[in-house]
Design a protein around this ligand. Structure first.
Ligand code: TXA
Ligand code: MG
Length: 342
């Protein structure tokens, strides 16, 4: 573990970052903080390095990786063209929690793109990530640094919990800001399409490029998603999660019934409900009125339920507006789409 202040100056030289960058150049894999979640980075130009990422995470080989860059010239080397809308989005949101799928990808290792003729690229908005990318002077393929299927890591402790002994090291830059993965948009067609909701909202994208579509696979199981990762069960704690869309008394009835049957029950609550609901374990995840805080805490809360050994978890639901779209997308996946409506 290399400890680095989260406010490093990305132009200066830090021995910890130089050491981590050296290992990346030797095709080892290293976890590092970004503003969304921790990533597990490896040289995107090396088949061997990328294979180590898939192996450490236990990730299915048909799920392509995001390539992280620190500067625009790196992007130009990785794609065949930069469509106008992609250029506008990069100018508006980079560095930041937006991943852009572009035509090309022949110049990265073939296992990065899992055989697709597009490549997903993002410039992270985190001084430590930018410093590491600059020091390594390589594009870094980096999925979230969790075991496949587990909630993404928002702290170095989460990474160590999942990947200790499986990777060459972790750069610990404290906990991440956004707390959910980047928004993934496809810019290889005519209309910009959201493949995965995240920190940048549909409304924000529309202000820059006009009409934005949402991949129909996000709301309908009949469609094949364009973003392969979206089809997997994900972000899940060990105990089954069920969303409950109803009043506090309705949620309480369900919890009471299951506890009467002898189960240890957890509730993912809000600031508003934490005193009103009773269960074996009640963990608030922020205020219903402050979705940015809910996003920031969600994965940590899901992991806390694992530590508390509950048998079942019931979760409140949130608005689908703004960042709520990303929060509800991740919660629905954690719940494998189980929802009870009053
Ligand atoms: O915030 C993030 O995006 C974090 C940090 C580390 O940057 N990374 C992350 O990576 O969430 P990962 O591997 O967990 O998710 C990558 C997503 C997957 O859903 C994958 O299928 C999709 O991006 N993806 C990658 N390349 C793609 C491509 N060429 N076309 C469509 N989807 C792609
Ligand atoms: Mg992931």
């Amino acid at each position: 573990v290399w400890y680095v202040d989260e406010n490093v100056d990305s132009d200066k030289c830090y021995p910890q970052i130089v050491e981590a960058a050296q290992l990346l150049k030797q095709n080892e894999v290293i976890a590092f903080p970004t503003e969304t979640v921790y990533g597990l980075g490896g040289n995107a130009l090396s088949e061997k390095a990328v294979a180590k990422i898939f192996e450490a995470k236990g990730r299915p080989a048909d799920n392509p990786l995001i390539v992280h860059v620190a500067s625009r010239p790196h992007v130009e080397k990785l794609v065949t063209t930069i469509p106008k809308q992609a250029d506008q989005l990069m100018n508006a949101f980079w560095p930041g929690p937006l991943t852009i799928v572009l035509p090309g990808g022949e110049s990265v290792a073939s296992n990065v793109t899992a055989g697709l003729d597009t490549v997903a690229i993002r410039m992270p908005d985190h001084p430590v990530a930018l410093a590491l990318l600059t020091a390594a002077n390589l594009p870094l393929a980096a999925p979230s640094a969790n075991l496949s299927g587990k909630p993404s890591p928002t702290s170095a402790q989460h990474v160590i919990h999942d990947l200790d002994g499986r990777i060459a090291g972790v750069v610990d830059g404290g906990s991440t800001g956004v707390g959910l993965e980047s928004t993934v948009v496809d810019c290889s067609g005519d209309i910009v399409t959201i493949l995965r909701p995240g920190g940048v909202t549909k409304e924000q994208l529309e202000e820059v490029v006009g009409e934005v579509k949402i991949d129909p696979a996000l709301s309908d199981d009949g469609h094949q998603p364009k973003s392969p990762g979206v089809k997997y069960k994900h972000y899940a704690p060990t105990a089954p999660v069920t969303l409950v869309d109803g009043s506090y008394s309705f949620i309480q009835q369900i919890v009471d019934k299951r506890r009467a049957e002898g189960l240890k029950v957890g509730v993912l609550a809000t600031e508003e409900s934490k005193e009103l609901l009773s269960a074996d374990v009640v963990i608030p995840c922020g205020s219903k009125e402050e979705l940015i805080t809910v996003a920031n805490r969600l994965y940590d809360v899901l992991r806390k339920f694992d530590e508390s050994n509950v048998d079942e978890i019931y979760s409140e639901v949130f608005t689908h507006e703004g960042v709520g779209a990303a929060v509800m997308n991740r919660l629905s996946k954690a719940a494998n789409n189980r929802i009870i409506k009053e």
